[in-house]
Design a protein around this ligand. Structure first.
Ligand SMILES: CC(C)(COP(=O)(O)OP(=O)(O)OC[C@H]1O[C@@H](n2cnc3c(N)ncnc32)[C@H](O)[C@@H]1OP(=O)(O)O)[C@@H](O)C(=O)NCCC(=O)NCCS
Length: 253
């Protein structure tokens, strides 16, 4: 029998030990550098070698604000997946951005990513965002946040992506360049809703997933190019519509 446990932590509750485990999970399960990584990013990014992350980077770049949070799932006491989220406000709206999501190879395709993202939700969230080269991460977000991906409002992304991202405390979100036909009607590259992050992780697995996903649905985010990721921004569905503003503000405290 499997014992599956989900746990959520505010950023100040995340210990060095948790980050050590998260860094190990990432380094062993995220992916490998692409053949163009060294030329795009530097010698350290050797083709075929695992993309690695230190616990210091996890803390500084993926949990950058006081309202950041960490959710993890263990199966029989082994870390099977985790998600990092950070929040910020713009024009009175609370943005919850998934800064990292990874599920151990042994536990994929059984809904853990979807459930992890569901656990990141707070009542006061107005908007959810994620950048990822993996279609499954976008599908998991759309499922967790109650917006089927083929009905997600591209118009909302088009109108709001730039201002939302520029206000982010996460540097890599602020610096990502929006690309694709959604943001530039003259773009004919095949990209629709993408960001150029200059992050050259190998796309073999995400492209295979994309091919598979396209057999069963109209994929709305377009093609995936080297050094690019999909971007998905969704309006939250309110679970408790009648909560007062003050209780919403206190949701993280
Ligand atoms: C992306 C990742 C987190 C997905 O984790 P997971 O636990 O397997 O995802 P889920 O089981 O919740 O599946 C989510 C959706 O994606 C689909 N999916 C998952 N893996 C898939 C694959 N390899 N091919 C096609 N579809 C896939 C599922 O069927 C599900 O779709 P549905 O909601 O329509 O049923 C995992 O593959 C991973 O860690 N990849 C490497 C790291 C990465 O790319 N992270 C994202 C960067 S932010």
């Amino acid at each position: 029998m499997h014992k599956t446990v989900f746990e959520s932590f505010k950023s100040d509750q995340v210990t060095e030990e948790m980050l050590d485990e998260a860094a190990k999970l990432f380094s062993e399960n995220y992916g490998v550098w692409s053949e163009h990584a060294a030329e795009g990013m530097g010698k350290f990014a050797k083709a075929g070698r695992p993309v690695r992350l230190s616990k210091e980077r996890l803390r500084n770049e993926y949990l950058p604000s006081e309202t950041s949070s960490y959710v993890r799932v263990t199966v029989n006491d082994n870390l099977a997946g985790n998600a990092f989220a950070c929040r910020w406000s713009i024009d009175g709206r609370t943005i919850c951005w998934i800064t990292q999501l990874v599920v151990h190879h042994d536990y994929r395709e059984r809904g853990l990513a979807t459930r992890l993202l569901n656990e990141t939700r707070l009542d006061g969230d107005d908007v959810y965002g994620i950048m990822s080269s993996h279609p499954a991460a976008c599908l998991a977000a759309s499922r967790a946040y109650g917006r089927p991906i083929d009905t997600a409002s591209l118009e909302f992304m088009k109108e709001n992506a730039q201002s939302i991202m520029k206000a982010s405390p996460a540097g890599y979100v602020r610096d990502a360049k929006l690309q694709g036909w959604l943001f530039d009607s003259e773009d004919t590259s095949g990209l629709v809703s993408s960001v150029d992050t200059g992050f050259f992780v190998d796309h073999e697995e995400p492209l295979a997933a994309l091919k598979w996903v396209r057999k069963s649905m109209e994929w709305p985010l377009g093609e995936l190019l080297e050094g690019h990721e999909f971007i998905l921004i969704l309006q939250a569905k309110r679970r408790f519509r009648f909560r007062s503003d003050s209780s919403r503000q206190n949701a993280m405290s």
